[in-house]
Unconditional design. Structure first.
Length: 201
């Protein structure tokens, strides 16, 4: 399906009357539904409640509609922790997600946990360590997203990043030059790590 999006100064314009031109965008509706179905299966597998806001129809915008939609969900759910991509993530959609969430959260006393996606976090202040058993669950859920891992090898990228964080994470958080590894999984299981930057309000 083709969408005409109002543009002014090279960016999307909220008002048709103020736009300089229209950008024509092709959206693969079938692919959208495939990815939604993949997410449904993965979330069910992990026991996660999901919300489809469809804010990216046809493209995600940092506007009052997106922000108000997220505000309503936050109000209904009352989360203690919000997971979000960092603002300096190199993926443009992830950047917008981060901006929308930060505006929607405002000064609410909700813990923010910034996670790694396309760009590793420069200075994480928390690393969640886990073993092969949990990694197998994670891999199983990731394999559901066939439409994406067939395009890009996200699977090995995530495994590699988590192995790196598991190997060096304790020194990164606790101080360099110390002996930490013996404190984790003394039975010799492989250690993985998921890095976060936690911001508490």
């Amino acid at each position: 399906m083709k969408y005409a999006v109002p543009v002014s100064g090279g960016v999307m314009c909220p008002h048709f009357g103020h736009c300089e031109q229209f950008a024509l965008i092709d959206v693969d509706e079938e692919k959208r539904e495939i990815r939604k179905n993949e997410q449904r299966v993965a979330c069910k597998m992990l026991g996660i409640r999901q919300f489809f806001m469809d804010l990216d129809n046809p493209v995600l915008r940092v506007d009052s509609h997106s922000i108000d939609t997220v505000k309503r969900i936050i109000k209904d759910v009352h989360p203690d922790i919000i997971f979000l991509p960092p603002e300096d993530d190199i993926h443009p959609t992830h950047q917008k997600v981060s901006q929308i969430l930060k505006i929607a959260l405002g000064r609410k006393k909700i813990e923010r946990r910034y996670y790694e996606t396309w760009k590793p976090i420069d200075r994480p202040n928390f690393i969640f360590f886990f073993d092969r058993e949990l990694m197998d669950v994670k891999i199983k859920a990731m394999r559901v997203y066939k439409s994406q891992i067939e395009r890009t090898d996200f699977l090995n990228g995530v495994i590699g990043l988590n192995m790196f964080r598991g190997s060096v994470g304790q020194e990164m958080i606790g101080g360099f030059g110390k002996e930490y590894r013996k404190r984790l999984f003394s039975d010799g299981r492989i250690v993985y790590g998921e890095a976060f930057y936690i911001e508490r309000k």
